[in-house]
Design a protein around this ligand. Structure first.
Ligand SMILES: O=C(O)CCC(=O)C(=O)O
Ligand SMILES: [Fe+2]
Length: 367
């Protein structure tokens, strides 16, 4: 069982899959192009963790929330939050809209297909080219207004979807700003230390995308993979999952740990930009999604990053002679381009003390 991150994150060669849209519901047997098991040991049934460890659950109303969050960020890079202030109604409505979307006939979904080189729309996971086998999932990405794609999906009835998505994004933006100050506060960082958070410190210029994911029931779940291991390129990601398990995080020394759905809770992942900002004190968490035989799993990821063109570098307060900056400054736009090219070596590609070839494996992460 690989329990070290370095054992799992191999350099994935790039695979140019024929663009494949599988109508998952019509498939009775796992197609060979989706069977991961024979090709490496990074498939679900080979790597279940035997340890009884669980991702911290943080009550945002608790007076100790900041301290507990600091510990969770240092040791896990992921936690769940409850009492987060987002109305349960809007969580349910968003999942329902996601379910409706993925239930549409394939030819309808393809009307809103992500164009080559495009960002928004329906399609396979963006990280697919870095894996040899295809993933048992479909996705829908929303950047900016959902209107154009919603009109393609539901020409006569798109306002319901748009209203819910707009409301959801508004709630997520508010929560993400709050979480940022808790995470940064746990490092001793205050509003004066981060000018790009804006004059009110509300991260008004922050950039974000919404990623809806569907993992259909799978005829051979032990040999399939919903979403391959990756870290998010974000500052942080707020993830809503329906009542079906599937998300797993990789914990150094422990292996894959399930992140079970808790009704009303949201999962928070730290991303690569926060690792840069915190000079490696807080690390982005490798995660993946596995599938099951009987139930469709849905998730909605709010991918939250800094304003596109702001140069992000380790916060000056966190560097000094004893801990020099590990990363050079980089905008989110540049970082996303690097991630699209180098994938799991994205962070290493902006390290200041890089190896001779300019790159290090992502897992030479600072511990
Ligand atoms: O579906 C999940 O639980 C994970 C989704 C995810 O990691 C992503 O969209 O980046
Ligand atoms: Fe992710």
């Amino acid at each position: 069982m690989p329990s070290r991150i370095s054992d799992v994150f191999r350099a994935h060669p790039v695979h140019l899959h024929q663009k494949q849209y599988l109508d998952f519901n019509s498939v009775k047997e796992l197609p060979e192009s989706y069977a991961w098991a024979k090709f490496n040991n990074d498939y679900p049934s080979s790597v279940a963790s035997s340890k009884e460890e669980s991702v911290p659950v943080i009550d945002l109303h608790h007076p100790n929330a900041l301290t507990v969050m600091g510990h969770a960020c240092r040791t896990w890079g992921v936690f769940q939050v409850i009492n987060h202030g987002v109305p349960e109604d809007i969580l349910h409505q968003s999942l329902r809209e996601g379910k409706n979307l993925f239930s549409l006939p394939m030819q309808q979904k393809l009307k809103a297909a992500r164009s080559p080189g495009g960002i928004s729309g329906y399609g396979v996971a963006r990280i697919a080219p870095f894996f040899e086998k295809l993933m048992w999932s479909e996705g829908f990405t929303i950047v900016g207004s959902p209107l154009e794609h919603a009109q393609q999906l539901w020409p006569h009835d798109y306002t319901g979807f748009c209203d819910v998505i707009r409301e959801y994004k508004k709630e997520m933006k508010k929560l993400a700003g709050r979480l940022m100050w808790l995470v940064l506060g746990s490092l001793g960082i205050s509003k004066e230390d981060l000018k790009w958070a804006g004059p009110r410190g509300d991260f008004s210029g922050a950039a974000a995308a919404l990623q809806l994911n569907s993992y259909p029931a799978c005829p051979d779940p032990d040999r399939a993979m919903g979403l391959g291991v990756h870290t998010d390129s974000t500052l942080l990601t707020i993830l809503l999952q329906n009542n079906t398990s599937g998300l797993q995080v990789l914990k150094e020394g422990s292996g894959w740990i399930n992140v079970p759905p808790i009704p009303g809770a949201l999962v928070i992942n730290l991303g690569d930009m926060l690792q840069i900002l915190s000079n490696g004190l807080y690390q982005s968490v490798p995660h993946r999604a596995v599938v099951n035989r009987t139930q469709q799993r849905l998730s909605i990821a709010y991918l939250y990053g800094p304003p596109d063109s702001v140069l992000i570098s380790p916060i000056p307060k966190l560097v000094g002679p004893a801990c020099p900056p590990i990363y050079r400054s980089v905008t989110w736009t540049e970082y996303l381009q690097r991630k699209a090219k180098y994938f799991n070596r994205g962070l290493s590609s902006v390290r200041i003390h890089a190896t001779k070839n300019g790159l290090q494996d992502v897992n030479d992460k600072i511990v």
